[in-house]
Write a protein that binds this ligand. Structure first.
Ligand SMILES: [Zn+2]
Length: 113
């Protein structure tokens, strides 16, 4: 499970940010998680308390926004959800596609006190 390492990195990044900007506390952290990012929101939730335990984000609430994994069919240009359709175009059954969204994993917002 690589999620713990990822969350620890984010916590370190935010602690540096708090030092630089003299922020005492972050109330809410919002992460944007793409369905195709290879990161599982469930695991992020599980490891988050461990990652923040001894950090400045100890009392920070974690929220996640999921970006759907959308692709465009290379054959008929139809846009569809890759996860729901198992990477197969529901219109022409082509498996050739270009990813439009869903690979992102980033800090979307922080709400400081
Ligand atoms: Zn198609």
């Amino acid at each position: 499970m690589h999620e713990l390492g990822i969350v620890i990195q984010i916590v370190k990044q935010l602690e540096n940010y708090m030092d630089e900007h003299d922020i005492k506390k972050i109330h809410t952290l919002v992460l944007q998680v793409g369905e195709l990012s290879g990161v599982y929101p469930k695991y992020i939730e599980d490891v988050y308390p461990i990652a923040v335990e001894k950090s400045k984000l100890k009392d920070t609430i974690l929220k996640m926004e999921i970006t759907p994994g959308l692709g465009q069919c290379n054959d008929c240009s139809f846009n569809y959800n890759l996860v729901e359709n198992n990477n197969t175009c529901p219109i022409c059954s082509s498996k050739e596609f270009s990813i439009i969204s869903g690979k992102e994993f980033l800090i979307k917002e922080i709400h400081a006190i």
